[in-house]
Design a protein around this ligand. Structure first.
Ligand SMILES: C[S@@+](CC[C@H](N)C(=O)[O-])C[C@H]1O[C@@H](n2cnc3c(N)ncnc32)[C@H](O)[C@@H]1O
Length: 212
């Protein structure tokens, strides 16, 4: 598979606008999962693992964080991050988020979890998937009753920030993101206790909810 993530995984962390723009979304989103020590959480489209520090911290040493991505090169970067930090609680799964067998993730979970996760997280990834719906269905199937999901993703900025539209469009084209995908709407539609935030002139949407 050749795509921009395979080709440029080593540059992703420095070129993706993390410090200036995108870190804010993950920092806002992860606490909305309301994870507790010992919990399990799935990061769909984990990339180089930029969410891992926050997720590992949230579930503590007794918890489990599963990062799933289809790009071996992105996962190599994530694996280096895990090794450098000595995060024993992280498992990385190479799989297509739109077609994976949930059992593949369940196998990585501790027996006490009953094959379900307490939280599903995805940042700046569902808009890149060819179709986010089957990925969401798989994540949802793995979520325990009462678990929380949070989707952080992108759309065109609004208001005065509209001026940044051309740059956002260019970055989305390079990254293969569909700015009209709006995957967070499934949480707004089906979740309860929904928390919805817009950041960076509406460019970043952070939506979390509980699924009974
Ligand atoms: C823009 S990056 C986001 C990475 C990470 N979530 C973050 O917040 O930095 C999009 C990621 O989605 C992954 N991806 C794209 N299509 C995928 C699919 N069908 N299944 C799994 N991962 C996919 C890419 O390999 C890439 O790592």
């Amino acid at each position: 598979m050749t795509n921009v993530y395979e080709a440029a995984a080593g540059l992703y962390d420095v070129l993706s606008g993390e410090g200036l723009v995108y870190r804010a979304g993950r920092q806002r989103g992860v606490p909305l999962l309301e994870l507790r020590p010992g919990d399990t959480v799935l990061d769909l489209g984990c990339g180089t693992g930029l969410n891992l520090a926050l997720l590992v911290d949230a579930v503590g040493p007794g918890g489990t964080v599963i990062g799933l991505d289809r790009s071996p090169a992105m996962l190599t970067m994530a694996r280096r991050r895990v090794q450098a930090n000595g995060w024993a609680s992280v498992r990385l799964v190479e799989a297509d988020a739109t077609t994976f067998d949930p059992a593949q993730v369940a196998d990585e979970l501790p027996a006490a979890s009953g094959g379900r996760v307490d939280g599903v997280f995805s940042s700046y990834a569902m808009s890149v998937f060819d179709d986010w719906h089957p990925a969401w269905q798989r994540g949802r199937a793995l979520l325990r009753p009462g678990g929380r999901a949070c989707i952080v993703d992108m759309q065109l900025p609004v208001g005065r920030a509209r001026l940044l539209g051309p740059f956002v469009r260019m970055a989305a084209a390079v990254g293969g993101a569909d700015l009209n995908a709006r995957p967070w709407t499934v949480i707004e539609r089906d979740g309860v206790d929904v928390h919805s935030t817009a950041l960076r002139g509406g460019h970043i949407r952070v939506v979390a909810g509980t699924f009974p």
